[in-house]
Design a protein around this ligand. Structure first.
Ligand code: ATP
Length: 513
């Protein structure tokens, strides 16, 4: 199946099974805003819990906060967001569609990479076991020509982005003959800067109202509370502050479902370190975060790092954790070494000292910061993409199953009476009433047992328990495993011990030690 079709199926599945709905659905939706349904919210909460506990429970030097969405507007001046949080945008005059100029060029660079890879795959097929990929890449005239064009374009693009040279970005689009995917024409406008922050007014009278922003990242709430937390928590450097919360960006191109939203949620952790040690901590956090992702068990080949060449105004090193989505490797998390930029700026703009006195070195300094910043919604999409599976069964039917890591699954156990009579529903309810205190357990008696299994497969429930007539005598039930579809007979009294161990977040956290 083409990857595009897979993505469409995932989007449809999310809606059909109560994971994600378009916002304001009965009014035909609101662009790039989404709501999470009854299963989506559970999955999302589990992702957040996994992240939160891995930060706050597993590190005795990391604590959490929950800061407000509205903040003093000077914060965004100090952080650089008022002046520099811009995307270069360009319009196509024929289709009237708006694009990010940088994304158009990056897509063009990716096309060269695709062409090179296709050449390599073709040659590998031709030469079979004698194929030496490194040698082929270094000597094939076709590959060398493509590589040279790609590198030249990349160098030109990086220079233009670093200088934010808008005319040059437009010129690259014209020289590369990039066309609008909708109209197919090269009828482009000038490139303009577009600030991504939403603003509104706070206060009751028009005169006295103050322009405030909806935060475009949660990080600043951590920076401006850093000293409050350090003092009240008697934190010693190195230490971290974690936060989960909503962020808002007026994205120019808001496509690809929940990958790029205008209202989304971030999980950010700022780690405050002694100046000069930041690179060491940067690599440590890269490793720690990759381990967190890989513990979900989707396979190491689904992840890669992508180091930034163009660094944000505040960073001295940055990398993305990319995940193999149905539309290619895409950023899910950013890990940034933000220097002491933000704290120094807040010191300057607020006029208050926020230096840290280090009792070990007897010095006062402004700490350096390593940030790990992951989007809950992108993480959700990556989990959904990796979990969505269509299986061909022996009887010719197709089974749609969400192979979610059990600890993230919205429902952990479905208890199903074989028939709706003979005391089986009562027995099944008894089991639910006992287990619901330990994990999310549901009861379902509607439709045939086969249909009920399929329904649970489609929402990713790792276990189903069937209560049959024998249960009333032997107090045993059939336990069905979602992935293998294997069934085993187990005592009701053992269910909790068997299942809890596999479905609780603790099972994931243990892999991180
Ligand atoms: P992109 O380059 O894709 O716009 P970014 O580099 O601007 O992303 P960061 O500012 O590093 O993103 O934000 C950290 C994380 O927040 C991202 O890795 C992503 O998971 C998430 N995120 C950022 N923007 C959005 C958005 N519009 N919708 C959903 N998640 C987002």
């Amino acid at each position: 199946m083409a990857q595009e079709d897979v993505f469409k199926k995932i989007v449809a599945h999310c809606k059909e099974y109560g994971f994600v709905f378009p916002s304001s659905d009965i009014y035909d939706g609101l662009a790039a805003v989404y709501d999470y349904g009854q299963n989506g919210v559970e999955l999302k909460n589990n992702i957040k819990q996994y992240w939160w506990q891995s930060m706050v429970l597993l590190h005795d030097n990391i604590v959490g906060i929950d800061s407000a969405i509205f903040m003093h507007p000077t914060i965004w001046k100090a952080s650089g967001h008022v002046d520099a949080f811009n995307d270069p945008l360009i319009d196509n005059r024929d289709s009237k569609k708006r694009y990010r100029a940088d994304v158009l060029i990056e897509d063009e660079i990716a096309k060269y990479d695709d062409k090179i890879n296709k050449e390599v795959v073709k040659a590998a097929k031709r030469f079979k076991e004698n194929f030496d990929e490194e040698k082929y890449r270094a000597t094939s005239p076709r590959v060398l020509e493509l590589q040279q064009k790609r590198d030249a374009l990349h160098a030109r693009y990086s220079a233009a982005m670093n200088a934010m040279d808008l005319n040059e970005l437009r010129q690259i689009i014209l020289d590369e003959e990039i066309v609008c995917p909708i109209s197919g024409t090269k009828n482009w406008t000038e490139v303009r800067q577009f600030n991504l922050m939403f603003s509104t007014e706070m206060g009751s009278t028009a005169d006295g109202a103050m322009k405030v922003y909806l935060r475009p990242e949660t990080a600043q709430g951590i920076f401006v509370n850093y000293l409050n937390v350090q003092k009240t928590g008697r934190m010693k450097i190195p230490f971290g502050i974690a936060q989960i919360g909503k962020a808002f960006r007026n994205e120019i191109v808001a496509r690809q479902f929940i990958f790029r939203m205008r209202e989304f949620e971030q999980m950010e952790m700022q780690f405050f370190v002694r100046p000069g040690t930041e690179m060491e901590w940067f690599s440590k956090w890269k490793e720690t975060r990759m381990k967190w992702h890989q513990a979900l068990g989707f396979g190491a080949d689904h992840y890669r790092f992508h180091d930034h060449e163009k660094l944000a105004h505040y960073a001295n090193a940055a990398t993305d954790v990319e995940f193999l989505m149905p539309f290619g490797f895409k950023e899910v998390e950013g890990i940034h070494s933000r220097t002491n930029f933000d704290l120094s700026q807040h010191e300057k703009f607020s006029g208050k000292s926020i230096k840290y006195f280090d009792p070990e070195t007897n010095e006062s300094y402004t700490p350096y910061v390593i940030e790990t910043s992951i989007g809950v919604d992108r993480m959700f999409l990556s989990v959904m993409s990796a979990a969505y599976t269509e299986e061909q069964l022996e009887n010719g039917e197709t089974r749609v199953v969400l192979k979610l890591p059990a600890a993230l699954a919205p429902v952990k156990l479905a208890v199903l009476p074989l028939v709706k009579k003979d005391g089986l529903p009562e027995k099944a309810r008894e089991i639910v009433n006992d287990l619901k205190f330990h994990f999310n357990t549901i009861y379902d008696e509607k439709d045939s047992i086969g249909k009920r299994y399929r329904r649970q497969d489609a929402v990713g429930t790792p276990y189903c328990v069937t209560v049959d007539h024998d249960t009333l005598n032997d107090n045993c039930v059939t336990l069905r495993n979602r992935d293998t579809m294997q069934q085993e007979r187990v005592a009701i009294s053992e269910l909790n011990a068997i299942i809890a161990d596999r479905v609780n977040i603790t099972s994931l956290l243990k892999k991180l030690q």
